[in-house]
Design a protein around this ligand. Sequence first.
Ligand SMILES: *Cc1c(COP(=O)(O)O)cnc(C)c1O
Length: 421
Amino acid sequence: MKNLEYKNKKLQFSKTDIASVAKNNKTPFYLYSEEILVKNYQDFYQGAVNANLINPLVCFALKSNPNKELVKILAKMGSGADIVSGGELKRAMECGIPAEKIVFSGVGKTEEEILYALKVSKGKLCSFNIESLEELELINSCAKRTKTVARICFRLNPVVKPKTHKYISTGNKTHKFGLLEKDVLSFLKEKKYWSHSKLVGLSIHIGSQLLDLKATKKAIAKMCDIALKTQAPLEFIDVGGGLGVDYHPSETKRMPSIEEYMTLVYKTLHKEFYSKSDLRPRVVFEPGRRIIAKAGILVMRVLRNKISEDNHFVIVDGGMNDFMRPSLYGAYHGVTPVQEAKATTRVHVVGPICETSDCFGSDRPLPALKSGDLVILEDTGAYGYSMGSNYNLRGRPLELLIQKNQKLKTVNKAQDYKELL
Ligand SMILES: *Cc1c(COP(=O)(O)O)cnc(C)c1O
């Protein structure tokens, strides 16, 4: 089954008629599918198992979508979490993800967040993925004060250049992320940083929306090489997230399948680590987008048309405050009318925000659309609601979930003026 399909000229998402959902709910709203989410997680996890990876742990990157109900669904399936703030840690644990399955990433963890993490996890957090010497120093001192031992993982900077948008590329020297090999090896020798810290893993995360796996392979090989050099009894090797999805039809052919990806991870680990060591660290993954992007759409209504000579604008009621990726990264997302009709013109689909970048698509072939017609923005489950804001003092949109039994559930109410102002 395709996630999006016309039936009697009416667009369905995950077998649900979008127009009927919009009849009873104010646009714009996010619509998620439990069935797709569950399938994506299971395909990913099962893919790792099928590739013979040892005891894999899939840590869902909460920043891609921290909605409570969605995280609870993932928690029930055994998912862990990759978190980047105290707020995300609290959310993950409240949704049922145990501390043992949570990795804490990010270059700017505060003292308050570190103390909070040590306290609520009772020192059991899977790891603090650390990014600098000063951070290690601070974590060690926080652990000392709270009489615990912090579990530490070094996030490596493997010095690779993945082919992706420069704003979502993170694995090179000029980026603020990760530690260089020589620094990792020298930190390990400094006994004073290790009185209340223990090295349990190594990690990488070289960027997002990766469709070409050459840099991934190189980065994993580099991590294995450093892992052997540390001579530490590592419990896990964390290969990060970033696996891409096909937002644009031209990306479908280039998008690696889960099987290809897992095979590459297995073969690289085998060649570069397992064949040279008796240690068998488990493999940790940190996917966000690949699990949730395709499990959500943004439903919007056309407000009106505006024609300025050659430029035809279709103004919709959703804006860059609801969904930011096109304005932030120039990201492509399909715009699809809910009522099927032949494309007759090329239009710019824009939101109401007072910014020129508030544009969901330029020169898109679309049928004539009039006030009140519905359109959807595709593949908006990841980095959608979570990147949203109240810019222009607009309330945050409603989030709805199509449950497995096809019943609709409100998983987050729209913000009204009372809440907003
Ligand atoms: C953002 C992020 C991820 C998830 O990236 P996706 O592209 O959504 O898979 C994983 N790990 C870290 C450290 C991140 O910052």
